[in-house]
Design a protein around this ligand. Sequence first.
Ligand code: PEP
Ligand code: MG
Length: 817
Amino acid sequence: MLQLKREDVLLAAHASTQRDAIEQVAALLAQNGFIDPAYAQSMLEREQTATTYLAHGVAIPHGLPQHRSLVHKTGLAVLQIPEGVQWGPEKAHLLIGIASQSDEHLEILRRLTRVLGEAEKIRALHTTTSPEDIIEFLTGNRPEPEAKGLPDFPEGFEVVLPNPTGMHARPARNLVELVSTFDAQVRIRAGNRTAEASSMMDLLGLGASRGTLLHVSAQGKDAKNVLTRLKKAILEGLGDDLTEPVTETSHPALHFQASSGLQLQGLAASVGLAIGEIHQHRVLHLQVEDTPADMADETEKLQKALDQAQSELLDLAEGVRHRLGSGKAEIFQAQASLLEDPALIQQVVSTMLQGHSAAWAFQQVLNERIGQLKKLDDPVLAARAVDFSDVKDRVLGHLLGQINQSTLKLDRPVVLIAEDLTPSDTAMLDPDLILGFCTAVGGPTSHSAILARSLGIPAVVGAGRDVLSIPAGSKSILDGFSGTLYVEPSAEDIREAQTTLRNWQEELEVARAARHQPATTTDGVSIEVAANVNRASDVPAALENGAEGVGLMRTEFLFLESDHAPSEEEQYQAYRQMVEALQGKPLIVRTLDIGGDKEVGYLGLEREDNSFLGMRGIRLCFQRPDLFLPQLRAIYRAARHGPLKIMFPMVSTLEDFQKARDLAEGVRVEVGAPKVELGIMIEVPSAVMLAEELAREVDFFSIGTNDLTQYTLAMDRLHPELAHQADGLHPAVLRMIDHTVQAARKHGRWVGVCGGIAGDVEGALILTGLGVSELSVATPAVPTIKATLREKSHQDLVQLAQKALRCQTAREVRGLL
Ligand code: PEP
Ligand code: MG
């Protein structure tokens, strides 16, 4: 597919010679990252061999095949020279510079030869003042017009949006409400998109996802005050729970695999197993005809429909508040607020004034917004389009007098299949009748998925359109852990699924009841089960779930959730609150682990081609003492208030630890703090190989299996295809862990594991058998991990671990259990 962006087109250029023109187009290609500047020479040489002039003032300069190594990526750049430049006997007005790594330029040529017949149109491009004309002509697609690009007001600030699911309806609504209490005009800009803060629609249209830099500016009497309040409110999440993981799994996974039937794969959105008959939910698409009517009547109809929809939404919000709490209710309050949005109403009314009916105008305006959201690259924001559809259908239902036609009215329990479910649909689902649901589209961050998790309904989303043709009444098993839907499984598979589900539910209940008891094996070995927690406010939930401490506090979260590097004082407060919240239970504070996948925009760090192998963790701390030393000071000051240990991430050499220890000791003496245990993360193969030497010097090891797995197997932990193969129970990783534990044991050091595999039931058993004495896991996994360990004898686990070490594949290891 031929792609061309606005920045690839330069209009109204002048060139004195052909050489000058080629150099300019080459410079544009280089500036946009397609070629090395040296490729310009190759383009000039190519022109010596044969002209690249095509026809009607179009030339397509490109380089010689032997210089393709100078092409970074395939792409185009267009230089428009209205007065033309001499090109042999012809005059060239449009230069289409081609950077092509293989024979992709043939596709470009094919398209060009098809359009070159349209001489008239091409001549118009010689002088057009709109790059969109050129892009549309060459690619067949016209880009969206540029955003309004309203200027920022003089006073303002920049902030990074911290919300895990971006600027969706709830934070947008809260922002509008906050701003409305001040006498000031507020504008928010993300890149080149600008929103007036008085319009929810505008704010949603920003397409701001987590990490987007927002420029917030204001003018008017209260400008200063509103900016101060806004900054605080944005950093606090505008009503969103910033600590809620985007896809929280509330329990360790249950593994089920049917051996028969059709298997459809989607994304796991809400855990659980559902066993039942398929029910296909069809949305009745409302037919809106544009039948112009009396403007006064239409306006009245619109107002009535908006009022009815709004009052329904507020009732729905109230019902949801009772059942699922106020956080979930806000989804519907936000939808209700959308119906009061001045920008929305204004747009609908002005469409009506052009002679359209209220229903048609409303549909038109909403469809336009939905289209814009769906086009955004970000799946989280694209999922927000469903909220708009939800509101649209509700209002249209009233305008057209077609309500309550849903196929969601059920008389028996079913597994529901739908193209997508709106939040309203999901909130109305009766958990007694909906055993589970599976949608063809949508992602795990949609409001429907969030509601499903709260309702405890197992769900799979994005399973593809094939699910829509499964005959109603088919038997099915829906696995909300792995995101799989099995259709027409055998009776034996169904029996097995029922047993698995029953056992799992019973186990959860037993585990929950005993969550405060220690994880002591039947032969008397106690394993400490701690939680991975980053904020003091999450400590009570961890303790309530039976956590015996915090085995990993990822301090980089303080940096990721702020728009500036937190000062020593701010960090001290955060660490101290953490220590105090733990009421004497142990805490391991890990020093900054920025780099790799954790980027912090405001630190001005250089982008690296291979960031996981670059300036990450302790390496970055050595490079940036301005970050490291204040952090160490803050941690040591907090150590005066309760027990804590310090741990360094990404240690790959002995010198790394020695240097970190020396810096820490210097700081400790300086602040007059007590000595604390110093440990390291074992997450790099070299640290494993040096475990003996390291064990002599450190107080403890905590194995970061997330990274150890990626570095051992050389599989990027974020790689879309490799990540799921990167199993921490691979024998190669287990042997690394074994080596580490043996070395630590020789020198009397304890070893914990704080990577994800510690919270996996099978992982916890094998790690314990390998001699690990502390597991730090996600809070919801604590009860089950403790209960699982209590059922086994340590001796048996040692044997299990020995068997696992002898396995050849991860699958074989998992098969042992
Ligand atoms: C790990 O690598 O296993 C770990 C716990 O650290 P993080 O996931 O923060 O890199
Ligand atoms: Mg790590």
